[in-house]
Design a protein around this ligand. Sequence first.
Ligand code: COA
Length: 254
Amino acid sequence: MSDHVIIDDMATGVRLIRLARPEKKNALTGAMYDAMRDALERAEASDDVGAIVFAGEPGMFTAGNDIADFVAGAAKPFTEAPALRFIRQLARTTTPMVAAVDGIAVGIGTTLTLHCDLVYASPAARFRMPFVELGLVPEAASSYLLPRRIGLLKATELLLLSEPFDADEALRLGLLNAIVPSAMLLDHALAKAAALAALPRGAVRASRHLIRGDQTAVEAALEAEAVAFEARLRTPEAQAAFMSFLTKSKPARS
Ligand code: COA
């Protein structure tokens, strides 16, 4: 489906979803979102998968949505965009999910971790949600989940000012379970996922549901965000921000 997403099913019952587009810092294209959604859907339907791990390349989790795709997709309905279809599946997935974040984690690279049950990062992890800076609004229900996770004022700082934060800050905010050296990060995440997969599956899913609560509000939030996001994609503000990145007229900020 996409050469840039590698799916590996382990004997431990773990499905590894690895982003592999290093030449573009693992920026996510429509085909990559489709591949990730398909991997989640098939995991849900399979008795062989007891946990899912998201990982990237050494030094880069993902630079977020491919900005050229934002430009190309602005005229199309966002409600059917691969990104949104992936996000919907992410929110409704009942199989436990683990993230292994090394290096840059921009946009969806940060917000997808809010849907994960366990999140590990290397000391080099650098998170950022530059939606507003790009003329957009938050996605993946981050406008709902983040204030509830870290408090309204801090969430406002991160979502409105697009402030970057490192692994130490993420750990302090309760967005990480642990910081693990880069060389051990993936093995650590895979081991935790294998431990989840080895537990009674029904009990894990039922407990996960109790821990995370009803997802109706999360799904409503991501749909409301999607309506605003679609409107914002077409604005001159957003188009100018995309062009400024694509033409390198503004220095990258990590
Ligand atoms: N969409 C499309 N291309 C992207 C991209 C993205 N989100 N992020 C990086 N790339 C591309 C760059 O255009 C560059 O391509 P080129 O070599 O063909 O010119 C390549 O990936 C390397 O990126 P570069 O910016 O040179 O790397 P860097 O290490 O200096 O900076 C980032 C890394 C992540 C800080 C920077 O690329 C960045 O800010 N990217 C945009 C992040 C973003 O706003 N994402 C959208 C979130 S909603």
